[in-house]
Design a binder for this molecule. Structure first.
Ligand code: XMP
Ligand code: MG
Length: 179
């Protein structure tokens, strides 16, 4: 039996070990180094979930580049307008810039679709999405994602930056909820 850990009331087991995650992240960085050779992109990492992925990714990026950290806050406005997503922490114009969004996980995709819509309003030269994880079965609308680290089954995961009710972000491996 695989060893399990408990976070809050639930049990989790390792799904992807740290060294596998980090080998894949180095590959993604290599692809980005090639795609953006000669350019000066700005990386926008979405907090909190992407902090560990972003840190690991940036260690293998050899481009002249900027990195900044954003937060998205989502709140229910009215019944009719539904959820409103606000991007916090962007103090820089993206007009004419090569923008690379760094996300931990794309699940339904609704968060990323809204982030993209707001960033595209600033007329960047290009906008690329890099996500460490994606759950293809959970996607609600099609979305162009340039780099996906790992495609996952539609199960809850935590660790490597991802949380279960704010715990587990510090775990160095990716864990999945036990059946
Ligand atoms: P959507 O559905 O808009 O959601 O693509 C993206 C955000 O939802 C969170 N999320 C998860 N967090 N384990 C987590 O710890 C998961 O399995 C999971 N699925 C979605 C995450 O914050 C992401 O930014
Ligand atoms: Mg979360």
């Amino acid at each position: 039996m695989k060893p399990t850990i408990q976070v809050h009331d639930k049990h989790f087991e390792v799904l992807i070990a740290q060294h596998i995650l980090e080998e894949r992240i180095a590959d993604i960085a290599q692809n980005l180094n090639e795609d953006f050779a000669g350019k000066k992109p700005i990386f926008l990492a979405i907090l909190n979930g992407s902090f560990m992925f972003a840190a690991q990714l940036m260690k293998s990026i050899t481009l002249d580049c900027q990195i900044t950290f954003l937060r998205v806050s989502s709140y229910q406005a009215t019944e009719s307008t539904g959820k409103v997503l606000q991007i916090l922490g962007l103090n820089e114009s993206l007009t004419g810039r090569d923008v690379i969004v760094v996300e931990d996980i794309i699940d339904t995709g609704l968060t990323m679709i809204e982030i993209k819509r707001q960033l595209l309003a600033q007329a960047p030269a290009s906008l690329s999405i890099v996500t460490l994880f994606q759950k293809p079965e959970a996607l609600k609308q099609p979305i162009d994602i340039q780099h996906v680290g790992f495609e996952l089954e539609n199960k809850f995961v935590l660790g490597y930056g991802l949380d279960y009710d704010e715990l587990g972000r510090n775990l160095a491996d990716l864990y999945v909820l036990c059946e």
